[in-house]
Design a binder for this molecule. Structure first.
Ligand SMILES: [Fe+2]
Ligand SMILES: [Fe+2]
Length: 198
């Protein structure tokens, strides 16, 4: 699955992505692509897959809610998903748009796009690369981003943990709905293994 990657037409994909979003978001996407390539080089990931995941991850971010709702009904998604908004839909369901419209067939890339906002208990190297690149790309500016960047220099798993913890804290702080997968990510990557007494 992962090894079936064939090179992609970057110009064509880039144009389609650019047409689907604001200039500001497109600059974010290019920042994520660049950062994902750097992380792939640093941690031994597949560079083209990282680039393609970065380039396509927010492809569906500016679609109207109605389009996502239609797909949730039509394609048999769990109807609980209707409670969640664009923040969850644009990755989880956005990957379907990437597959259908941009003709991306690499399942590893599609999975990374699907998981990029929530993470997951089980994440591949590519999943982690996209998840972290989206958080630390050069255009990001929020308290803690420098610490996240420093962690990502040396330890990708530590960067995943940092991002997950801070994302969850932000959701709690703002009393926002928490998608269960985000909790699974937290339980797996942030919670320290329990110390059992002998
Ligand atoms: Fe996103
Ligand atoms: Fe993004």
């Amino acid at each position: 699955m992962t090894n079936e990657f064939t090179s992609f037409d970057r110009e064509m994909i880039m144009q389609r992505v650019q047409m689907a979003m604001s200039e500001k978001r497109f600059l974010h996407v290019l920042g994520v692509e660049k950062t994902a390539i750097e992380l792939a080089k640093r941690f031994g990931g597949h560079i083209e897959q990282a680039a393609l995941a970065g380039l396509t991850h927010d492809y569906a971010k500016e679609r109207p809610d109605e389009e996502f709702e239609l797909v949730i009904y039509r394609d048999g998604y769990d109807l609980n998903l209707l409670k969640y908004g664009n923040a969850i839909w644009h990755g989880l369901i956005g990957a379907d748009f990437v597959e259908r419209e941009l003709k991306i067939t690499d399942q590893a890339v599609l999975q990374a796009v699907r998981l990029h906002t929530t993470g997951a208990a089980q994440m591949t190297l590519l999943d982690k690369i996209l998840y972290v690149a989206d958080y630390i790309e050069p255009g990001r500016d929020f308290p803690g981003v420098e610490e996240a960047r420093k962690l990502a220099e040396v330890d990708l798993d530590a960067a995943v943990a940092f991002e997950t913890k801070h994302t969850l804290a932000h959701l709690l702080e703002n009393e926002q709905l928490i998608y269960p997968k985000t909790l699974e990510t937290y339980n797996q990557w942030v919670v320290k293994p329990k110390q059992f007494k002998a």
